[in-house]
Structure formats: C-alpha cells, structure tokens
Design a protein around this ligand. Structure first.
Ligand SMILES: Nc1ncnc2c1ncn2[C@@H]1O[C@H](COP(=O)(O)OP(=O)(O)O)[C@@H](O)[C@H]1O
Ligand SMILES: O=C(CO)[C@@H](O)[C@H](O)COP(=O)(O)O
Length: 462
C-alpha cells in the first residue's frame, strides 16, 4: 500500500492524516494545538506539526505529503532564512487602516478587483506588509523574503533550502493581494506600492507540482486551507461549501476567475487549476465556544439546549461580530443581543439565538456569492454539532449535506499528495461514504429579525 499524508495547519490546531494513496482509506492521524492569538511565531506551527506527525506514527512509510494551512498570514524571513517577527494572521485586524490607504492609493476598489481579483481587507498579506513598513521599519528592512504559513512549513520540511527554495501554489498565492489568478503572475508593482520594494517571493507551482523532498517523502505544492477543503470534499462546479471553522467561509469552485469590486467576494484560485470565489467571516465556530462559555456548558450541552428551545429563540437575535468583522468590513465591530424579554431570558433561548445568529451571518456570506445551489455542503469544526446541522436548513432555506465527518483540509492536502504521485491530469478520485442529509422548513422571521438587529447596530453603507 502506498501512503500519503495531508496536513491542516489551521488557526487553532495542526492535524495530519495518513491515507492510502489509491483508495483514500484513513490509516493513521494525529493532532496538536496552536497557541491563542492573532500574532503567532511560526516556530509554534513547526512544533505542533512535529507533535502531530509523531502522534500519527511518523512519516517513514509515507511516499508524499501536502500541507494545507490558514491563508494570508505574513511570514517574514531575513537573509539567513530566520523568522523576522511573529506572523500576523488572517484574523489580525491591525492593518485595516493600511487596507483603506492602499485601496485609495491604487485608485479605488475596482482597480484592486481588476488587478488581483480581490479588494484587500486587513486579512490580506499585502496590507500586513504595508503595516510592517509603517510601524516596524527595522523589521521591514530586515525582511528579505515573504511567504505564507503553508509555504513556510513546506520549506521547513524540505530542510529550509535557502530563500530561492520557497514554493507556493496558485490557491494560497491568490490570497496575498499581489498575485493575479486571472494572469497567473505576481504584481510586483503592488508590492512596491505597499512595501516600497519587492522581497523574494515563493515560486508558484502548478497544482500537481513538487515543492521538494523531506528525506524520502515527496512534498506536494500544498495550498490554503479553503482550497484544500474544496479538494478534500471533492467540490465540483455547482457545489457551494460553507465551512464553520475559526473563520466562516462560503465558497464555490468556478471555471473562470472572478473580480467583485464590492469586496464581499474574494476572487481566489483553487488547488486544481480552477478558481474559488469565497466569502470569509472572522466569526464562526468560536461563537459557539463563546456561547457555551457564557452559559457555563459544554459544546454538546449548548447544542442540546438549542434544540430544546423554540425555533426563532422567542425573538432573541444575536449578531456575532465578536472579533470585529471582515464581511461586512467592520474591523472594530462588537457583537450584540437584541429582543431580550423576560420570557426569552433562558439558557435555551440564548443557545438557540447563538446558533441561529451564527447561521444567519453565514447565510449573508452565502448570499453574497450570488449563487442558487440546490444544497449546501457543510464542513469545519462547527459542523460536528448536531444542533448546527439540524438548524442550518431552517436558516439557509435549502437542504444541507454534511460529508462523512473528517479533516477535510488535511484530506484535501493528502489528495494533492496522491495527485503528485499519480501524475494524472486530474486528482485521483477517492470515494467517500456516509454523507448525512438534513432538510427542514425555514423558520419564519429569523433572518428578517437578524437583519434588523444587524442593520440597527451597523447600518449598511448607502
Ligand atoms: N462537537 C462540536 N460541537 C460544536 N463545535 C465544535 C465541536 N467540535 C469542534 N467544534 C468547534 O470547532 C472549532 C474548530 O474548528 P476547526 O475547523 O478545527 O478550526 P480551524 O480549522 O480554524 O482551526 C472550535 O472552535 C469548536 O467550537
Ligand atoms: O482568511 C481566510 C480565508 O480568506 C480564512 O479562512 C483562513 O484561511 C483561516 O481559516 P481557518 O483556520 O478558519 O480554517
């Protein structure tokens, strides 16, 4: 049996799966936690990756490995390949002002959408580089190369072979704000604009390209976590995927590049040579963590409380902007609870309002894609909750399919590794079993009450 490994180095943890390259059958797995915070030293990811690999029984019998990781994080390296400062992650909002400045300096959001398929917000690497140049000029001056979390981990696995050994892929490159999915090329002019000069950048590999070797293990190109998830669930044009991880994302595989000047939809590339229009929220699964903490219950108990409460939470509406928000672009926003009365002031109503509020927020993201699929594929840590799965169709207004529970990002990275081995034009097909289907009537008034609460706090820009 030939084995492949897939890594998901996401915001909260590192997971690895080891699978049969031919059938996709799971053989072993491991995981380790990442530190809290929106600024993390990449060494912590390396430590977690090695712990996860050890827990999964090592890589001695593995033929190829792919790394999927959180998108956008800014990893700066000096001329000797040392990390200059802790990485600023996708959910660090300190570069929101830099994003506004850069949009103005290029001549408006349309110019950015035309140039790179996306209008930058604080998440995008290009805005973090501007922040670094302005606020930490010494660190900026020491920076010789800039790469992303998956690029850096792949490079470390390859033995850190010098700055010109850095590799990335189309998917992750498309989240930098200085690589164009439409042309497949870097935009050095945008780096000049943001950073004042062009540092060394990773070479962008083809989807089934090889990034190097880790001993006898061939290293796949790797990709961003959302692109890996799309590959992991086998998303095809026509499918819409909603992921409830630390971030909330709604995305679809597309045959042509997109460019949304409103900035709601990021026009990313995917991991198969296609495109991945995507809407991303800062707030998702951690809304469940926060609600459980407020109620002093476990995540399972939160779900039980919510399912026992009336649909619509007796008019209670929670707007879940707990970490600020990215879509809509409100980096300084806070969350809020509306419609509180004596009769709905119960743990069950609050649990239900938290789940419905989170799902209404994701439904807004989903709507922004402008697609009308027959069903939604629901994935990510939050989709492990039976309550989330059962309430989702009552908010989304369409059936929800939860693929066989698994580590979809790591699975996609493993499938990419199998693709590297097969050398076929398309990734190998792995049959997955056991998807669960959820259907339910829409709960009247939930989205309307949520929208009223949301707009009362943060009126939409006219
Ligand atoms: N059984 C569960 N019920 C509800 N939420 C869960 C459950 N298991 C995990 N989660 C949620 O999953 C989140 C982590 O999701 P994950 O997709 O692994 O995040 P990331 O990939 O961003 O690190 C946690 O914040 C937690 O709230
Ligand atoms: O910024 C984005 C997408 O643009 C996020 O989706 C990150 O890629 C982090 O993902 P998770 O850790 O939440 O999976």
């Amino acid at each position: 049996m030939t084995l492949v490994a897939g890594v998901d180095s996401s915001t909260q943890s590192c997971k690895i799966v080891i699978r049969d390259a031919e059938t996709g059958a799971l053989v072993r797995e491991g995981r380790a936690a990442h530190p809290e915070g929106t600024e993390v030293h990449p060494d912590a990811w390396w430590t977690a990756l090695n712990a996860a690999i050890e827990q999964a029984g090592g890589l001695d019998d593995v033929a190829a490995l792919g790394v999927g990781a959180q998108q956008h994080g800014m990893v700066c390296l000096d001329e000797d390949g040392r990390v200059v400062r802790p990485a600023l992650l996708w959910n660090d909002t300190r570069s929101a002002g830099a994003a506004r400045d850069l949009i103005g300096e290029l001549g408006g959001p349309e110019k950015w959408a035309d140039a790179v398929g996306s209008v930058p917000v604080a998440s995008f690497t290009v805005t973090k580089l501007r922040w670094l140049a302005e606020h930490e000029p010494d660190n900026a001056a020491r920076t010789r190369a800039v790469c992303l979390p998956h690029d850096w981990l792949t490079w470390k696995l390859a033995g850190a072979p010098g700055l010109d050994g850095l590799r990335t892929d189309r998917g992750d490159a498309s989240g930098t704000g200085y690589w164009s999915p439409a042309t497949g090329a870097y935009r050095p002019d945008l780096l000049e604009l943001a950073f004042g000069r062009v540092p060394v950048l990773p070479e962008v590999l083809e989807p089934a390209g090889e990034a190097g070797r880790h001993g006898g293990v061939r290293l796949a190109a790797g990709t961003g976590d959302n692109m890996a998830a799309a590959l992991g669930v086998g998303a095809q044009p026509g499918d819409v995927v909603v992921s409830i991880g630390t971030s909330g994302t709604a995305f679809a595989v597309a045959e042509t590049p997109s460019a949304d000047p409103s900035g709601l939809v990021a026009g990313f590339a995917d991991a198969t040579g296609r495109y991945l229009p995507l809407v991303c929220t800062l707030n998702a699964a951690r809304v469940l963590d926060a609600a459980a903490r407020m109620l002093g219950v476990s995540l399972d108990e939160l779900g039980e409380l919510a399912l026992a409460a009336p649909a619509g939470a007796g008019g209670l509406a929670l707007v879940p902007y707990l970490e600020g928000e990215r879509t809509p672009n409100l980096p300084d926003a806070t969350g809020s609870l509306h419609g509180l009365r004596l009769d709905n002031a119960t743990p069950g109503h609050l649990a239900r309002a938290a789940i419905e509020g989170l799902l209404c927020h994701l439904a807004d993201a989903f709507d922004a894609l402008g697609l009308a699929p027959e069903r939604v594929l629901l994935i990510g840590g939050g989709a492990r909750s039976e309550a989330v799965r059962r309430i989702a169709p009552t908010v989304f207004g369409r059936p929800v399919v939860v693929p066989q529970p698994g580590e979809y990002v790591a699975d996609g990275a493993a499938r990419q590794a199998a693709w590297l081995l097969s050398g076929t034009p398309e990734p190998p097909v792995w049959t997955s079993a056991g998807a669960r289907h959820y259907e339910a009537e829409v709960t009247p008034g939930v989205r309307e009450r949520y929208a009223a609460a949301r707009d009362r706090e943060y009126p939409p820009a006219s």
